[in-house]
Design a protein around this ligand. Structure first.
Ligand code: SAM
Length: 329
Protein backbone atom coordinates (compact mmCIF):
# COMPACT_ATOMS: atom_id res chain seq x y z
CA UNK A 1 0.00 0.00 0.00
CA UNK A 2 1.49 3.34 -1.06
CA UNK A 3 1.77 6.23 1.39
CA UNK A 4 1.93 9.91 0.55
CA UNK A 5 4.37 11.53 2.93
CA UNK A 6 5.49 15.14 2.60
CA UNK A 7 8.83 16.67 3.45
CA UNK A 8 7.69 17.39 7.01
CA UNK A 9 6.90 13.73 7.52
CA UNK A 10 3.14 14.22 7.48
CA UNK A 11 1.19 11.37 5.93
CA UNK A 12 -1.35 12.94 3.59
CA UNK A 13 -4.28 10.60 3.14
CA UNK A 14 -7.31 12.87 3.11
CA UNK A 15 -8.79 14.60 0.08
CA UNK A 16 -11.45 17.29 0.36
CA UNK A 17 -13.08 17.51 -3.00
CA UNK A 18 -15.32 20.40 -3.98
CA UNK A 19 -17.89 19.26 -6.52
CA UNK A 20 -19.46 22.66 -7.21
CA UNK A 21 -19.13 26.34 -6.41
CA UNK A 22 -22.94 26.73 -6.41
CA UNK A 23 -24.81 27.04 -3.12
CA UNK A 24 -28.45 27.41 -2.12
CA UNK A 25 -27.63 29.54 0.96
CA UNK A 26 -25.86 32.89 1.29
CA UNK A 27 -24.24 32.69 4.74
CA UNK A 28 -23.07 36.15 5.67
CA UNK A 29 -19.51 35.18 6.56
CA UNK A 30 -19.07 33.00 3.48
CA UNK A 31 -20.85 34.36 0.41
CA UNK A 32 -22.19 37.79 -0.54
CA UNK A 33 -25.92 38.34 -0.92
CA UNK A 34 -25.69 38.62 -4.70
CA UNK A 35 -23.65 35.40 -4.79
CA UNK A 36 -20.14 34.99 -6.16
CA UNK A 37 -19.04 35.05 -9.75
CA UNK A 38 -19.79 31.47 -10.67
CA UNK A 39 -17.49 29.29 -12.70
CA UNK A 40 -18.73 28.62 -16.20
CA UNK A 41 -20.06 25.04 -16.32
CA UNK A 42 -17.26 23.90 -18.62
CA UNK A 43 -14.66 24.92 -16.01
CA UNK A 44 -16.09 22.54 -13.42
CA UNK A 45 -14.68 19.03 -13.35
CA UNK A 46 -17.04 16.45 -14.83
CA UNK A 47 -17.87 13.32 -12.85
CA UNK A 48 -15.58 11.31 -15.11
CA UNK A 49 -12.73 13.70 -14.32
CA UNK A 50 -13.47 13.66 -10.60
CA UNK A 51 -13.50 9.87 -10.56
CA UNK A 52 -10.22 9.73 -12.43
CA UNK A 53 -8.65 12.08 -9.88
CA UNK A 54 -9.98 9.97 -7.02
CA UNK A 55 -8.74 6.75 -8.62
CA UNK A 56 -5.23 8.10 -9.25
CA UNK A 57 -4.99 9.79 -5.84
CA UNK A 58 -6.21 6.63 -4.08
CA UNK A 59 -3.55 4.63 -5.93
CA UNK A 60 -0.99 7.01 -4.39
CA UNK A 61 -2.20 6.85 -0.79
CA UNK A 62 -5.38 8.89 -0.39
CA UNK A 63 -7.71 6.88 1.88
CA UNK A 64 -10.42 9.36 2.91
CA UNK A 65 -12.50 11.50 0.61
CA UNK A 66 -14.88 14.24 1.71
CA UNK A 67 -17.25 15.84 -0.79
CA UNK A 68 -17.93 19.49 -0.26
CA UNK A 69 -18.62 22.70 -2.16
CA UNK A 70 -20.41 25.10 -2.62
CA UNK A 71 -23.27 22.87 -1.64
CA UNK A 72 -22.59 19.32 -2.87
CA UNK A 73 -26.25 18.30 -2.85
CA UNK A 74 -27.13 20.87 -5.52
CA UNK A 75 -24.91 19.05 -8.00
CA UNK A 76 -27.08 16.75 -10.10
CA UNK A 77 -25.95 13.11 -9.95
CA UNK A 78 -24.26 13.46 -6.55
CA UNK A 79 -25.64 10.10 -5.35
CA UNK A 80 -24.11 8.26 -8.32
CA UNK A 81 -20.83 10.08 -7.73
CA UNK A 82 -20.81 8.96 -4.10
CA UNK A 83 -21.53 5.38 -5.16
CA UNK A 84 -18.62 5.40 -7.61
CA UNK A 85 -16.19 6.96 -5.13
CA UNK A 86 -17.19 4.44 -2.46
CA UNK A 87 -16.39 1.68 -4.99
CA UNK A 88 -12.97 3.11 -5.85
CA UNK A 89 -10.12 0.82 -4.89
CA UNK A 90 -8.12 2.17 -1.96
CA UNK A 91 -10.79 4.58 -0.70
CA UNK A 92 -11.72 3.53 2.83
CA UNK A 93 -13.90 6.38 3.96
CA UNK A 94 -16.27 8.70 2.10
CA UNK A 95 -18.05 11.56 3.81
CA UNK A 96 -19.94 14.66 2.80
CA UNK A 97 -20.42 18.14 4.19
CA UNK A 98 -23.76 19.80 3.52
CA UNK A 99 -25.85 22.73 4.65
CA UNK A 100 -28.69 20.23 5.04
CA UNK A 101 -31.29 22.08 2.96
CA UNK A 102 -31.74 19.11 0.60
CA UNK A 103 -30.79 16.42 3.08
CA UNK A 104 -34.30 15.17 3.88
CA UNK A 105 -34.56 14.14 0.23
CA UNK A 106 -31.00 12.85 -0.16
CA UNK A 107 -30.18 11.16 3.17
CA UNK A 108 -31.60 7.76 2.26
CA UNK A 109 -30.23 7.53 -1.30
CA UNK A 110 -26.82 8.70 -0.03
CA UNK A 111 -26.87 6.05 2.68
CA UNK A 112 -27.82 3.42 0.15
CA UNK A 113 -24.99 4.62 -2.09
CA UNK A 114 -22.56 3.73 0.69
CA UNK A 115 -21.95 7.07 2.39
CA UNK A 116 -21.42 6.43 6.10
CA UNK A 117 -20.73 9.82 7.62
CA UNK A 118 -22.26 13.21 7.12
CA UNK A 119 -21.54 16.69 8.46
CA UNK A 120 -24.28 19.28 8.53
CA UNK A 121 -23.31 22.92 8.90
CA UNK A 122 -25.69 24.72 11.23
CA UNK A 123 -24.84 27.89 13.11
CA UNK A 124 -28.12 28.52 14.90
CA UNK A 125 -31.13 26.64 16.25
CA UNK A 126 -33.43 29.63 15.89
CA UNK A 127 -35.39 29.82 12.64
CA UNK A 128 -35.42 33.63 12.42
CA UNK A 129 -31.72 33.83 13.10
CA UNK A 130 -31.10 31.11 10.53
CA UNK A 131 -32.92 33.21 7.96
CA UNK A 132 -30.75 36.17 8.91
CA UNK A 133 -27.40 34.35 8.85
CA UNK A 134 -28.04 32.40 5.65
CA UNK A 135 -30.34 34.95 4.00
CA UNK A 136 -32.72 32.06 3.30
CA UNK A 137 -35.66 30.85 5.40
CA UNK A 138 -34.79 27.14 5.44
CA UNK A 139 -34.29 26.14 9.07
CA UNK A 140 -37.22 23.70 9.02
CA UNK A 141 -35.84 21.87 5.99
CA UNK A 142 -32.39 21.59 7.53
CA UNK A 143 -33.76 20.23 10.79
CA UNK A 144 -35.86 17.67 8.89
CA UNK A 145 -32.70 16.71 7.02
CA UNK A 146 -30.82 16.14 10.27
CA UNK A 147 -33.63 13.99 11.68
CA UNK A 148 -33.81 11.98 8.46
CA UNK A 149 -30.03 11.47 8.47
CA UNK A 150 -30.27 10.04 12.00
CA UNK A 151 -33.30 7.94 11.05
CA UNK A 152 -31.63 6.29 8.07
CA UNK A 153 -28.65 5.40 10.24
CA UNK A 154 -25.82 7.80 9.51
CA UNK A 155 -23.33 7.43 12.32
CA UNK A 156 -22.11 9.83 13.20
CA UNK A 157 -24.10 12.83 12.10
CA UNK A 158 -21.91 15.80 12.95
CA UNK A 159 -23.15 19.34 13.30
CA UNK A 160 -20.54 21.96 12.42
CA UNK A 161 -21.10 25.21 14.24
CA UNK A 162 -18.97 28.22 13.35
CA UNK A 163 -19.04 30.33 16.48
CA UNK A 164 -18.94 34.11 16.17
CA UNK A 165 -19.21 36.63 18.94
CA UNK A 166 -22.41 38.63 18.84
CA UNK A 167 -23.76 36.33 16.13
CA UNK A 168 -24.57 32.99 17.72
CA UNK A 169 -22.49 32.89 20.89
CA UNK A 170 -25.63 32.88 23.01
CA UNK A 171 -26.46 29.42 21.62
CA UNK A 172 -23.35 27.51 22.71
CA UNK A 173 -25.21 25.81 25.56
CA UNK A 174 -28.23 25.02 23.35
CA UNK A 175 -26.00 23.27 20.82
CA UNK A 176 -24.17 21.34 23.53
CA UNK A 177 -27.53 20.32 25.00
CA UNK A 178 -28.46 18.70 21.69
CA UNK A 179 -25.79 16.07 22.35
CA UNK A 180 -27.74 15.04 25.45
CA UNK A 181 -30.92 14.46 23.46
CA UNK A 182 -29.56 13.11 20.18
CA UNK A 183 -26.55 11.01 19.14
CA UNK A 184 -25.20 14.08 17.37
CA UNK A 185 -21.56 15.10 17.37
CA UNK A 186 -21.50 18.85 17.83
CA UNK A 187 -18.32 20.47 16.47
CA UNK A 188 -17.57 24.05 17.38
CA UNK A 189 -15.23 25.67 14.86
CA UNK A 190 -13.28 28.90 15.20
CA UNK A 191 -14.05 31.50 12.57
CA UNK A 192 -11.17 31.67 10.07
CA UNK A 193 -9.92 34.47 7.83
CA UNK A 194 -10.49 33.18 4.30
CA UNK A 195 -10.95 35.36 1.22
CA UNK A 196 -12.87 38.59 1.62
CA UNK A 197 -15.06 37.44 4.48
CA UNK A 198 -14.72 40.53 6.71
CA UNK A 199 -12.91 38.50 9.33
CA UNK A 200 -12.17 40.40 12.51
CA UNK A 201 -10.22 39.13 15.44
CA UNK A 202 -12.86 40.50 17.82
CA UNK A 203 -15.50 38.23 16.29
CA UNK A 204 -13.60 35.02 16.96
CA UNK A 205 -14.84 32.90 19.80
CA UNK A 206 -11.90 30.84 20.98
CA UNK A 207 -12.52 27.16 21.56
CA UNK A 208 -11.16 27.30 25.11
CA UNK A 209 -13.81 29.93 25.88
CA UNK A 210 -16.54 27.79 24.31
CA UNK A 211 -15.38 24.71 26.21
CA UNK A 212 -15.39 26.71 29.44
CA UNK A 213 -18.97 27.75 28.80
CA UNK A 214 -20.07 24.19 28.06
CA UNK A 215 -18.38 22.96 31.25
CA UNK A 216 -19.96 25.74 33.31
CA UNK A 217 -23.38 24.63 32.12
CA UNK A 218 -23.01 20.83 32.02
CA UNK A 219 -20.06 19.92 34.25
CA UNK A 220 -16.57 18.76 33.41
CA UNK A 221 -16.33 17.22 29.96
CA UNK A 222 -15.07 13.66 29.58
CA UNK A 223 -12.24 13.49 26.99
CA UNK A 224 -12.62 10.84 24.30
CA UNK A 225 -9.73 8.93 22.74
CA UNK A 226 -8.64 9.80 19.21
CA UNK A 227 -9.75 7.38 16.51
CA UNK A 228 -7.88 6.55 13.29
CA UNK A 229 -10.34 8.41 11.13
CA UNK A 230 -10.57 11.45 13.39
CA UNK A 231 -9.99 14.92 12.06
CA UNK A 232 -8.51 17.76 14.04
CA UNK A 233 -11.35 17.98 16.58
CA UNK A 234 -10.63 17.54 20.27
CA UNK A 235 -13.52 15.30 21.30
CA UNK A 236 -15.47 15.16 24.58
CA UNK A 237 -18.70 13.91 26.04
CA UNK A 238 -21.03 15.52 28.53
CA UNK A 239 -21.69 12.91 31.21
CA UNK A 240 -24.77 10.90 30.33
CA UNK A 241 -25.04 12.22 26.80
CA UNK A 242 -25.93 10.32 23.64
CA UNK A 243 -23.64 12.36 21.44
CA UNK A 244 -20.40 14.33 21.70
CA UNK A 245 -19.06 17.81 21.66
CA UNK A 246 -15.82 18.66 19.90
CA UNK A 247 -13.65 21.67 19.27
CA UNK A 248 -11.81 22.57 16.09
CA UNK A 249 -9.32 25.34 16.77
CA UNK A 250 -7.57 26.33 13.54
CA UNK A 251 -6.60 29.66 15.13
CA UNK A 252 -5.76 29.02 18.74
CA UNK A 253 -4.40 25.47 18.50
CA UNK A 254 -3.60 25.07 14.86
CA UNK A 255 -2.99 21.56 13.63
CA UNK A 256 -0.53 22.19 10.77
CA UNK A 257 2.03 19.74 12.16
CA UNK A 258 -0.44 16.88 11.80
CA UNK A 259 -2.26 18.16 8.71
CA UNK A 260 -3.12 15.16 6.55
CA UNK A 261 -5.23 16.92 3.93
CA UNK A 262 -5.25 18.35 0.50
CA UNK A 263 -8.03 19.90 -1.48
CA UNK A 264 -9.19 19.80 -5.06
CA UNK A 265 -11.36 22.74 -6.06
CA UNK A 266 -14.42 22.46 -8.30
CA UNK A 267 -12.33 23.84 -11.17
CA UNK A 268 -9.67 21.21 -10.70
CA UNK A 269 -6.90 22.92 -8.77
CA UNK A 270 -4.93 21.10 -6.10
CA UNK A 271 -4.46 23.13 -2.92
CA UNK A 272 -2.30 21.64 -0.23
CA UNK A 273 -3.14 24.24 2.44
CA UNK A 274 -6.38 26.14 2.99
CA UNK A 275 -4.44 29.29 3.72
CA UNK A 276 -2.00 29.18 0.84
CA UNK A 277 -2.94 30.38 -2.63
CA UNK A 278 -0.39 28.07 -4.19
CA UNK A 279 -2.43 25.90 -6.55
CA UNK A 280 -1.59 23.29 -9.12
CA UNK A 281 -3.80 22.82 -12.14
CA UNK A 282 -5.13 19.30 -12.65
CA UNK A 283 -7.90 20.15 -15.07
CA UNK A 284 -5.47 21.17 -17.81
CA UNK A 285 -3.69 17.84 -17.42
CA UNK A 286 -6.93 15.88 -17.40
CA UNK A 287 -8.13 17.63 -20.53
CA UNK A 288 -4.91 17.29 -22.45
CA UNK A 289 -4.81 13.52 -22.29
CA UNK A 290 -2.32 13.17 -19.42
CA UNK A 291 -1.57 9.64 -18.28
CA UNK A 292 -2.32 8.38 -14.78
CA UNK A 293 1.41 8.57 -14.10
CA UNK A 294 1.45 12.24 -15.07
CA UNK A 295 -1.49 12.94 -12.74
CA UNK A 296 0.23 11.09 -9.92
CA UNK A 297 3.35 13.14 -10.68
CA UNK A 298 1.34 16.36 -10.36
CA UNK A 299 0.01 15.20 -7.02
CA UNK A 300 3.53 14.48 -5.74
CA UNK A 301 4.78 17.80 -7.05
CA UNK A 302 1.95 19.65 -5.29
CA UNK A 303 2.67 17.72 -2.12
CA UNK A 304 6.33 18.68 -2.26
CA UNK A 305 5.14 22.30 -1.99
CA UNK A 306 2.76 21.73 0.94
CA UNK A 307 3.74 24.44 3.40
CA UNK A 308 4.86 23.52 6.86
CA UNK A 309 2.18 25.78 8.25
CA UNK A 310 1.04 29.31 7.71
CA UNK A 311 0.58 30.25 11.31
CA UNK A 312 3.27 31.48 13.61
CA UNK A 313 0.78 32.45 16.21
CA UNK A 314 -2.86 31.66 15.78
CA UNK A 315 -4.09 35.17 15.31
CA UNK A 316 -1.49 36.19 12.74
CA UNK A 317 -2.51 33.78 10.08
CA UNK A 318 -1.76 34.46 6.43
CA UNK A 319 -5.02 35.21 4.66
CA UNK A 320 -5.73 33.52 1.33
CA UNK A 321 -7.35 35.23 -1.65
CA UNK A 322 -10.01 32.69 -2.52
CA UNK A 323 -12.97 32.41 -0.16
CA UNK A 324 -14.40 29.22 1.35
CA UNK A 325 -17.16 29.29 -1.23
CA UNK A 326 -14.79 28.63 -4.12
CA UNK A 327 -12.11 26.61 -2.34
CA UNK A 328 -14.52 24.14 -0.79
CA UNK A 329 -14.91 24.15 2.98
N1 SAM B 1 -22.32 23.89 1.71
C1 SAM B 1 -21.63 22.95 2.51
C2 SAM B 1 -21.88 23.23 3.98
O1 SAM B 1 -22.61 24.16 4.30
O2 SAM B 1 -21.37 22.50 4.79
C3 SAM B 1 -20.13 22.82 2.26
C4 SAM B 1 -19.35 24.06 2.04
S1 SAM B 1 -19.26 25.18 3.41
C5 SAM B 1 -18.15 26.39 2.76
C6 SAM B 1 -18.31 24.24 4.54
C7 SAM B 1 -18.16 24.77 5.93
O3 SAM B 1 -17.28 25.85 5.95
C8 SAM B 1 -19.43 25.22 6.60
O4 SAM B 1 -19.53 24.55 7.84
C9 SAM B 1 -19.19 26.69 6.84
O5 SAM B 1 -19.82 27.13 8.01
C10 SAM B 1 -17.69 26.70 6.99
N2 SAM B 1 -17.06 28.00 6.83
C11 SAM B 1 -17.24 28.90 5.84
N3 SAM B 1 -16.48 30.00 6.06
C12 SAM B 1 -15.80 29.77 7.23
C13 SAM B 1 -14.85 30.50 8.00
N4 SAM B 1 -14.44 31.68 7.60
N5 SAM B 1 -14.36 29.95 9.13
C14 SAM B 1 -14.76 28.73 9.54
N6 SAM B 1 -15.64 27.97 8.85
C15 SAM B 1 -16.16 28.49 7.72
Amino acid sequence: MKLLVDQYNREVNYLRLSVTDRCNLRCRYCRPEEGIELLPQREILTFEEILRVVKVFASQGIRKVRLTGGEPLVRRGIVELVRDIVATQGVMDVSLTTNGVLLAEYARPLKEAGLRRINVSLDTLRPERFAHITRRDRFGQVWEGIEEALRVGFAPVKLNVVALRGFNDDEIEDFARLSLQYPLHIRFIEFMPVGENNWRKEDVLRCDEIKGRVEAAFGELVPLPRGDMDGPARRFRIRGSKGEVGFISPLTAHFCSSCNRLRVTADGKIRTCLFSDDEMDLKGLLRSGASDDALAGALREALARKPEGPCRDGFRMRKCQRGMATIGG
